[in-house]
Design a protein around this ligand. Structure first.
Ligand code: PEP
Ligand code: MG
Length: 753
């Protein structure tokens, strides 16, 4: 069964469009269930009724003609109940509705199972039989499994507009995709799709003007792969049997074949760029092979994919060197990384769109640092079809409009203009302090990670850098940077902000931040080798890093050092020993350096219970609410499936923050917050009410937070906090805060006007 199921899913995955996918589903499921009929009904987004979208067994002319309004027919009963309906005499059921156009009179038994994705019923998978017999447990289980496995593909089709298009409800323009709000703002720009890993499915089509050059590029890539394979085959010839070695001959044969190379060339000549043409050809071959009965031939599909990937990596490598970035680049990728963002030339990045990740992923954090909107977790985005399309990115609601109609375009242009006005107004606050109306002053610092962040950070009116993420420097290199290289860069950062303080966090990799030259493979990376655990295990790297920081501060003396992912005091003590050593070495070498202040990040729940112990060892604390929330709630900050559960307003998060700030006061140690929570105007106000000593956030959020703090008194903020702490769930707390924003006329700070 499992094999069969896998095969169906594989076939569906390579189907050209939704129509083809549904046709495959009904025919394979009918076969597997030994049924007389298999049909798929999908929910019409307009009226919630069920539309027959594909059938194997009923009258094919009834497809898209049969529509069951809500409440009529057994199919809609499956939707209402959201569970299987298994009948031996369908005609005897009170909800039975005879549909003459389907010719279904002879079928007695009926099994309908709902197709559900994220609690939403997308349609119904139905099998029918002539015999009057209920399906057995195994049959029901199989059909339920198929429906569950296909729900993702159908949700994708629904989101991409394929269903509405098939139903003839909406035109192809204005297709709207809903993801997660990653960074605020609204822009209209052109999509540029980047593909770091070679996933053939996400390679876009792209029109080209010069097929001749494209052909040459393609043939050069094929030739290079042929040479690689020959070399591989020769290298392994001793170790392989003759039979095994023929695999390499088969590869070479395929690379010379007209069906693979010739077909791709045809597509290039028709105007597609080489990677798009290759994806098309490979997928067609895969489809054909997978549909074959002979398991050996089916396996050929994997060989074709392997070859396709090899050629693709050669092509993409070349393409990366010649990327043409549109003026307003909407950077789109399966999983946008910090490196990709850094690759976009200065001034061209207009927005970030990622199929994976959430607001707390580093791509979204970087987008906020650059002040550009981001939409994350768009699992359903048809990424292969986006290249060059005009796209509206709404980072407030987490929506995307492809190919917007003139009306939508005009509406968003209006919002863009309003945004500009808002930002211009906020800029006037630049040199004013962040102070409540009753005189409580809370310094606002910026979070940064690139040299390019320094300008926007200063512009925002930040009083210092509260979190400098040093790992970004490490991520955009192809090896560990040396002491000189690090020191030179750190000095630029320190100088850019002197005499204001710059808090540099020591290298925080692991989790979702990997270095291309230092791969870490773990089944549970967020609970694994991360942050200070790695640097302490590599004193040679850590010492160089600490020396570079301290050296960079010579004569400026505005450096503070922050330690990430600390979970016990010995990590702090071991780091302090290394830091003392670095400091003394530098003094011995004649550097006029001062020992910097040191702080601990409170981002592991265990750290929240050791505030006193840290206070006895370091100078300040900084709460990393991104990780603290993730670990307290057991919700992966990057997982779009559970993004709805990740909430700083969860009572456990708020209580922990109250606990940390209270203990910090008791132990007389300054405490700040440098997670994304600090950049949300109302949440920042709650933190002020808790008594934090400073807040550090992305430069783009800083003016909004300052505006909010200046709007309220500390007394009022404390009263709001008291109310919020009484709520037992996040939704109620959120509604309460939204209502205050609305009443105070502050909603425009977090929603488009
Ligand atoms: C945090 O965890 O809140 C934090 C600021 O660190 P990062 O987002 O870089 O993990
Ligand atoms: Mg963190």
């Amino acid at each position: 069964m499992l094999k069969l199921l896998r095969r169906i899913i594989q076939e569906v995955n390579v189907a050209g469009d939704l129509d083809e996918a549904l046709t495959i589903i009904v025919s394979r499921v009918r076969e597997a269930m030994v049924a007389d009929v298999c049909s798929v009904y999908l929910t019409d987004p307009q009226d919630g009724g069920q539309v027959l979208m594909a059938t194997d067994g009923l009258n094919p002319n009834a497809v898209r003609q049969v529509r069951l309004p809500p409440g009529q027919g057994i199919v809609t009963l499956v939707v209402e109940r959201a569970e299987p309906v298994n009948l031996d005499h369908a005609a005897a059921h009170p909800r039975f509705l005879l549909l003459p156009e389907t010719n279904e009179t002879p079928y007695q038994s009926f099994l309908g199972v709902p197709i559900i994705n994220h609690r939403k019923v997308l349609g119904v998978l139905v099998t029918q039989r002539r015999v009057a017999e209920r399906c057995n447990d195994d049959q029901v289980a199989f059909q339920v499994t198929v429906a569950a496995a296909l729900a993702g593909a159908i949700a994708h089709a629904e989101a991409s507009g394929s269903i509405t298009t098939l139903l003839g409800v909406l035109p192809q323009t204005n297709r709207r995709f809903k993801g997660l709000a990653g960074a605020p703002g609204v822009v209209i720009g052109k999509a540029l799709v980047m593909n770091p890993q070679i996933d053939l499915n996400v390679i876009p089509d792209r029109r080209i003007d010069d097929p001749k050059t494209e052909e040459e590029t393609f043939l050069a890539a094929v030739e290079a792969v042929r040479a690689d394979i020959r070399e591989l085959g020769q290298g392994l010839s001793q170790a392989l049997s003759t039979e095994e070695a023929t695999l390499f001959d088969a590869y070479l044969l395929m690379l010379g074949s007209d069906s693979l190379v010739g077909k791709a060339l045809e597509s290039i000549r028709a105007g597609n760029w080489a990677p798009g043409a290759l994806r098309q050809t490979v997928m067609e071959h895969v489809r054909v092979f997978r549909a074959m009965e002979d398991p050996l031939l089916q396996e050929r599909a994997s060989d074709i994919i392997d070859l396709g990937r090899r050629i693709m990596s050669r092509l993409v490598e070349q393409d990366r060197r010649t990327f043409k970035y549109p003026k307003r680049t909407i950077l789109v990728a399966d999983d946008v990384s910090a490196t990709m963002i850094a690759e976009v030339p200065a001034g061209r990045l207009a927005a970030v769109v990622s199929m994976h990740g959430s607001r707390y992923s580093h791509a979204a954090i970087l987008a906020r640092a650059f002040g550009v909107p981001a939409v994350m977790g768009l699992l359903d985005l048809p990424i292969a079809k986006l290249e060059g399309l005009e796209v509206v990115v709404d980072g407030y609601s987490g929506s995307l409009y492809l190919d917007p109609s003139p009306t939508i375009r005009a509406e968003f242009l209006r919002i863009v203009q309003e945004e500009k006005k808002l930002m211009a107004g906020l800029r006037e606050l630049r040199d004013l302090p962040a102070e409540t109306t009753d005189g409580c002053r809370v310094p606002l610092y910026a979070n940064a990670g690139l040299i390019a962040d320094m300008g926007p950070s200063r512009e925002s009116g930040a009083e210092g850098i509260g979190l400098y993420r040093t790992e970004i420097l490490f991520m955009i290199r192809d090896r560990f940077p040396g002491e000189e290289e690090q020191a030179a860069l750190f000095r630029r950062v320190l100088r850019a902000f002197a005499p204001r303080m710059v808090t540099m966090r020591t290298l925080d990799v692991g989790g979702d931040k990997s270095l291309p030259y230092f791969p870490i493979h773990e089944s549970n990376p967020f609970l694994g080798w991360r942050g200070i655990r790695i640097t302490l295990d590599h004193p040679e790297i850590f010492l160089t890093h600490l020396r570079a920081m301290v050296r960079a501060s010579e004569g400026l003396n505005n450096l503070q050092i922050l330690l990430p992912m600390v979970y016990c005091v010995s990590e702090v003590e071991d780091t302090l020993v290394l830091l003392q050593r670095a400091y003394r070495e530098l003094l011995d070498e004649g550097c006029q350096v001062k020992m910097p202040k040191v702080g601990v990040m409170v981002e592991v729940p265990a750290a929240a219970y050791q505030i006193g112990a840290f206070a006895r060892r370091v100078d300040f604390l900084s709460v990393g609410t991104n990780d603290l929330t993730q670990y307290l709630l057991a919700v992966d900050r990057n997982n779009e499936r559970v993004a709805g559960l990740y909430d700083h307003l969860h009572p456990a998060v708020l209580q922990t923050l109250v606990h940390i700030t209270t203990l910090a006061r008791t132990h007389n140690i300054p405490v700040g917050v440098c997670g994304e929570m600090a950049g949300d105007p109302m949440l920042a106000l709650l933190l002020v009410a808790m008594g934090v000593n400073h807040l550090s956030m992305n430069a783009g959020c800083l003016p909004r937070v300052k505006y909010t703090i200046r709007h309220f008194s500390l007394e009022r903020a404390q009263a709001i906090l008291k109310e919020v702490l009484d709520f037992e769930n996040c939704t109620a707390a959120r509604l309460y805060l939204d209502a205050i924003m609305e009443k105070e006329g502050l909603s425009h700070l977090v929603h488009p006007v």
